[in-house]
Write a protein that binds this ligand. Structure first.
Ligand SMILES: *Cc1c(COP(=O)(O)O)cnc(C)c1O
Length: 397
């Protein structure tokens, strides 16, 4: 498309926030000979454990790896069922497919975009009952040899964890594990409780667009000693405590986080309050500058979210506009934006494997059609936010 306007600034979609302190910490690792499994990953784990108030923190080399280890440690495998959301980043469902586990999608709450607790409750009752009542929750195909209904895997969408009290009750009542995908929610709180403490296990992610970054990286947190020991073994090629370098008690992975990344993460955690405050400030500028734009619905933070951790700023475009056209027009102003999320059940391999169709999860699809992530990071200036907002006002006349 031909540019009809020179952008005033270069506005990136997302940006890490790195200071001299992070650079120094990474360089210091390079002065040593320990690039893996050294003191930095231990210190980084302690920093996250302290922040969350969790007994164990286990550093891994991506959020996806962390979620995968949660599934493995919970002994969830072939044919087992896990209730989760189709409105998420692909990884939260992919980790189930890695183990030939069947994701049972339920639709989401239209306000927060998080899993709909009423539907979870109904799905659990029906799936436990089996037979015809179970059938309506199962995919059209790919669910022939069914194991056990083992877990609920909710996602803290866009940095807002919701609604965990009823989810905890359902999980306890039916003896199911609750796994929190907190990859978008480091620092957030639900009813005064920290994201990461809301399930039996949780995972954070540190890709460069997240609240803190290590380049690639992730962290699992849990209060459960046995699960923690298992996940430490699985991330390290299946070596149980006491195994030597060439002894492998379990089928494991190399999901270790290197020391340079851990050093960066450790320093980022000393700045966590500052990093979250800067992001909140940018979100507030967006609220101020977009509030009169009738074509947009702005994010809604519910009362139970005692602290939101701004990961992205996602607006919803009124149904009379075409979201993708708006994205393309914004691009001609030199401003990047993205659809966020794309419904998981409509990804090509999901359709092929499970036979999903458009219309299966209407709220997810509606949010998927109208949701648009605007440029967002803690290093954005107010001028950038105004530029984005004014460009949107011109497009959405
Ligand atoms: C970022 C993210 C992940 C994990 O991402 P990685 O790139 O593997 O670190 C998982 N789930 C959600 C919802 C995410 O946003």
């Amino acid at each position: 498309m031909k540019s009809n306007r020179k952008p005033k600034f270069h506005i990136p979609m997302a940006s890490p926030d790195i200071t001299e302190a992070e650079k120094k910490a990474v360089m210091s690792v390079l002065e040593t000979t320990t690039f893996s499994m050294g003191p930095e990953h231990v210190k980084f784990e302690q920093a996250i454990a302290n922040h969350v108030g969790a007994k164990h923190a286990i550093a891994v080399n991506s959020g996806t790896a962390g979620l995968h280890l949660c599934i493995r440690a919970a002994n969830i495998g072939k044919g087992d069922l896990v209730i989760t959301t189709p409105f998420s980043f692909m990884a939260s469902s992919n980790v189930l497919l890695f183990e030939n586990t069947i994701p049972i999608f339920v639709d989401v709450d239209p306000v927060t975009g998080n899993i709909d607790v009423e539907l979870v409750s109904q799905a659990v009752i029906d799936l436990k009952a089996g037979g015809d009542s179970a059938k309506k929750w199962l995919p059209r195909k790919g669910a022939e040899n069914i194991g056990e209904l083992k877990a609920i895997l909710p996602v803290d969408v866009f940095g807002q964890p919701y609604d965990y009290d009823p989810l905890r009750k359902i999980a306890d009542k039916h003896n199911m594990i609750l796994i929190e995908d907190a990859c978008e929610a480091l620092g957030a709180e639900y009813k005064g409780k920290k994201a990461g403490k809301l399930g039996d296990m949780a995972t954070f992610a540190f890709y460069p667009n997240k609240q803190i970054t290590t380049g690639e990286g992730g962290m699992i947190v849990t209060d459960d000693d046995k699960l923690a020991t298992m996940m430490r073994a699985l991330r390290n090629q299946g070596r149980a405590p006491g195994d030597t370098w060439l002894e492998h008690s379990y089928l494991g992975y190399n999901y270790r986080l290197d020391e340079m990344s851990a050093a960066m993460g450790r320093v980022q955690m000393t700045r966590i309050d500052e990093l979250l405050e800067k992001r909140a400030k940018v979100a507030n500028w967006y609220f101020t500058n977009l509030k009169n734009n009738k074509a947009l619905s702005l994010p809604i933070i519910v009362a139970d979210t005692t602290k939101v951790s701004w990961f992205v700023f996602v607006v919803r475009i009124a149904a009379e506009y075409n979201r993708d056209d708006v994205i393309n027009q914004l691009a001609t102003f030199g401003i990047p934006s993205r659809p966020y999320f794309a419904p998981i059940h409509l990804q090509p391999f999901m359709i092929e494997k499970f036979g999903y169709k458009m219309g299966d999860f209407p709220i997810t699809e509606d949010l998927g059609n109208r949701g648009m992530a605007l440029p967002f990071s803690g290093v954005m200036t107010e001028d950038h936010v105004i530029e984005v907002s004014e460009s949107l006002a011109k497009i959405l006349k």
